[in-house]
Design a protein around this ligand. Structure first.
Ligand SMILES: Cc1cc2nc3c(=O)[nH]c(=O)nc-3n(C[C@H](O)[C@H](O)[C@H](O)COP(=O)(O)OP(=O)(O)OC[C@H]3O[C@@H](n4cnc5c(N)ncnc54)[C@H](O)[C@@H]3O)c2cc1C
Length: 399
């Protein structure tokens, strides 16, 4: 469902620049984390000699600087560092997604059924809230976004769903050359290893493991059956020939664990000497020479640092943070920026940011077959232990 025009351009700009999507408490915590480097900073290149901002500014040159180790940033870090002649620096505001290198210790991220835990607090989450929304009866909408390696793919619902083929074809018709479905499909396939094997639509050897979220739960089967009785088709593969209809979803879950882009793309590339990562560092500004982005400024452990990119600065901070960082750096609606005393680098207005709503429909179940029992403490411990020991059981999928 579309939220319609969620923010007017000015409202959005004000909100982002004034930090109004972050509660004051949250902002204090964030700034404190950036000042202290957080409770357990994991900066790889945190050496004493790199402590002076100017020193770092002169020494720290890379071919690519990537802002944000989320879904897009992890993929880019992997693919760009494949070329051993290119040096890549990946900057992330949040922490790593592993505690002591263990998925078990960081079960709240890696256990599929634990997904709601990280939506309830701001540990790995920007935890945004909108202003009251005029078109939603003045309600404040909660807007979670990942702030950790893997970004939102470390706390999302793990549904693997491609866009509709006709949407890509429309992009092409509207001028986005090379973005029609026929051009995109080979990349979808290249990225993916589907547990059901490769075919015309599915990939068989890519880094992103995808499993079919098929269950034997009677309520799931009843739902799909009911949809067909209501006249909707059954679809065998939602990412295949026919997307419309009801069927079993594909999930980015592999061997009972969340398969975020940090797992799929970043971790396999970490041993490359030409890839450097920094965590708990908030990029605050893109540095320009004229209108060319040449580096970024960031805040880490209370220090303001600069790094430069010989080839490209890549902004992959997500749909909220990337435009915010652009505006803080002088790229946005010039009139609005001037009102906030931000020097205009490029007058590039953007507006009409949209997101989909998530709605819950609750029905009473007339038989005792729901997962309600699984939420009782004894069962939760049993289910949790099974996952911790074997990565199997109810916790290994989200149902
Ligand atoms: C709760 C939830 C459930 C979802 N469920 C699904 C689903 O089931 N299926 C699906 O396909 N999609 C789902 N999504 C959407 C999907 O996860 C996102 O569209 C996708 O992850 C966005 O990727 P991205 O690279 O644009 O941004 P992100 O993955 O959010 O990454 C941005 C990264 O940049 C970092 N960053 C931002 N600003 C800065 C800065 N200034 N300095 C340094 N670092 C910065 C952030 O901390 C973050 O790690 C869900 C999203 C959420 C939040």
């Amino acid at each position: 469902m579309d939220t319609g025009k969620v923010y007017g351009q000015w409202t959005c700009l004000q909100m982002l620049l004034a930090g109004r999507m972050i509660s004051p408490d949250r902002r204090n915590i964030l700034e404190k984390q950036m000042d202290t480097g957080g409770a357990n900073s994991e900066s790889a290149s945190d050496t004493a000699s790199a402590r002076t901002a100017e020193g770092l500014a002169t020494r720290s040159r890379n071919h690519y600087v990537i802002v944000g180790a989320g879904s897009a940033g992890c993929v880019l870090a992997n693919r760009l560092s494949e070329n051993v002649d290119d040096s890549v620096l990946l900057l992330e505001a949040g922490p790593k997604d592993l505690l002591l290198n263990s998925t078990r210790l960081s079960w709240k991220i890696h256990m599929p059924a634990a997904l709601v835990y990280n939506l309830c607090d701001d540990k790995y989450n920007w935890f945004y809230h909108t202003r009251p929304q005029k078109h939603m009866d003045g309600r404040v909408m909660y807007w979670p976004r990942g702030r950790v390696w893997g970004g939102s793919s470390s706390l999302n619902a793990m549904v693997y769903i491609r866009g509709h083929a006709e949407d890509y074809n429309r992009w092409q018709r509207e001028g986005a050359d090379g973005w029609d479905y026929d051009h995109c499909l080979p990349y979808f396939r290249k990225a993916q290893t589907h547990e059901l094997g490769a075919n015309q639509y599915r990939g068989g050897s890519g880094p992103l493991h995808v499993s079919r979220g098929k269950t034997n739960h009677p309520l799931h089967c009843a739902f799909i059956e009911a949809g067909q009785q209501a006249g909707y088709p059954f679809t065998d593969d939602m990412n295949g020939y026919q997307q419309e209809g009801l069927g079993w979803m594909d999930m980015t879950i592999y061997k009972g664990k969340r398969w975020s882009t940090a797992s799929a793309y970043l971790r396999p590339a970490l041993s490359r000497p030409n890839l450097k990562t920094e965590v708990r560092c908030l990029t605050t500004k893109i540095l320009f020479e004229g209108t060319k982005a040449v580096g970024v400024e960031y805040l880490q452990k209370g220090e303001r640092k600069k790094v430069y990119a010989d080839k490209e600065v890549i902004l992959s901070g997500g749909a909220i943070n990337s435009p915010q960082l652009l505006m803080l750096s002088g790229v946005g609606n010039g009139d609005d920026l001037k009102k906030l005393d931000i020097p205009v680098v490029s007058h590039l207005p953007g507006s009409n940011l949209q997101d989909h709503l998530e709605l819950y429909v609750q029905q009473e179940c007339i038989q005792p077959i729901t997962l309600y029992k699984a939420q009782k403490p004894f069962h939760m411990i049993k289910i949790g232990l099974e996952w911790l020991l074997k990565y199997t059981g109810i916790a290994a999928g989200w149902v």
